[in-house]
Design a protein around this ligand. Structure first.
Ligand code: BEZ
Ligand code: FE
Length: 309
């Protein structure tokens, strides 16, 4: 078999210079990563006989992806955000950490500094009709000890799968709140049942997914960050049982332990007691946090977020 062009002296020298490996300055680890990325691109071009036209089509695609602000959408779609969770789980396991509510991906639709409420909140502030949903639970530490004063930061989509700040039809902070747990570590909120998210149908993420025979749909879900001093920050989601995409999430975020039972209530007395005139749903979901320790990998992910305008 002919020698790979990537392995020739000429290309190896080129790649060393590309990564700054022939220079004294710069970050050594970054140089090695750049070298690997450039090398793998050369190998892909060779192995798949990528033509210059195909290559520049890919360059245009990446440019469009950035212009459409969809990089944070394609990354989970390619499973990379889930892989980061797999790596973190494994590092924790090797450090001897067990138990706690499973983590899952954050996704690209979080906004910092949602309104803060004590103990309970109502999230649905827009006049959208939807099934009323009451969610409640307790934040505990190892052994089930309640964690008062924890912050449960919750956000989710509306009945059309859209998120406030990204969907101009919603008011700022609709379906987003931070709730401080009470003296027993309890939180509760009223909201509306979300629908699953779908990638923008004409956007570059969906374009690539369609080209490889995939859909860009997520099951209905509710996101959480749960934080308290002395505990590891938890990034997670609950998925709504019964959703068609529950185990077919384009972003690969569904995990065992994150599919609570959804109880439906149609008893007129219960409906009246909640101040409603239609059936409603309830979910109970408890979070168990792990204690922070210097020997554990950093749990707080520093990541740029869209800003509330
Ligand atoms: C979401 O949380 O809705 C989401 C996650 C990953 C990609 C796109 C959306
Ligand atoms: Fe989401």
């Amino acid at each position: 078999m002919a020698e790979s062009l990537t392995d020739t002296k000429q290309v190896q020298e080129l790649l060393n210079r590309v990564a700054g490996l022939d220079q004294r300055g710069g970050d050594e680890r970054l140089k090695r990563i750049v070298h690997r990325v450039a090398t793998e691109m050369c190998r892909i071009i060779e192995e798949f006989d990528v033509t210059p036209t195909e290559f520049w089509t890919a360059v245009s695609y990446v440019t469009r992806l950035g212009q459409a602000n969809e990089v944070g959408l394609l990354v989970p779609g390619l499973g990379i955000e889930t892989f980061l969770d797999v790596v973190m789980d494994e590092k924790e396991r090797r450090a001897g950490l067990e138990g706690g509510t499973p983590r899952t991906i954050e996704g690209p639709l979080y906004i910092t500094d949602a309104p803060l409420a004590k103990g309970e909140a109502r999230l649905d502030q827009d006049p959208e009709r939807g099934e009323a949903l009451f969610v409640e639970g307790q934040v505990t530490g190892p052994g089930g000890k309640p964690v008062p004063g924890a912050i449960v930061d919750v956000w989710h989509a509306n009945t059309k799968g859209g998120y406030s700040f990204f969907d101009p039809s919603q008011s700022p902070w609709n379906l987003r709140r931070r709730i401080e747990t009470d003296a027993e570590g309890r939180y509760r909120f009223r909201t509306i049942m979300p629908s699953g998210y779908g990638c923008p149908p004409d956007g570059p993420t969906q374009h690539l997914l369609s080209a490889i025979g995939r859909h860009g749909q997520r099951p209905a879900h509710v996101h959480f960050f749960v934080e308290a001093p002395g505990f590891r920050k938890l990034t997670t989601q609950i998925n709504i049982a019964g959703d068609k995409y529950l185990h077919d999430d384009f972003a690969f975020a569904t995990r065992d332990g994150l599919i609570p039972e959804v109880e439906r209530h149609d008893d007129p007395a219960e409906i009246k007691a909640r101040g409603l005139n239609e059936p409603f749903a309830t979910i109970r979901f408890d979070f168990q946090l792990n204690r922070e320790a210097a020997s554990l990998p950093e749990a707080v992910v520093v990541r740029e977020h869209a800003k509330a305008a």
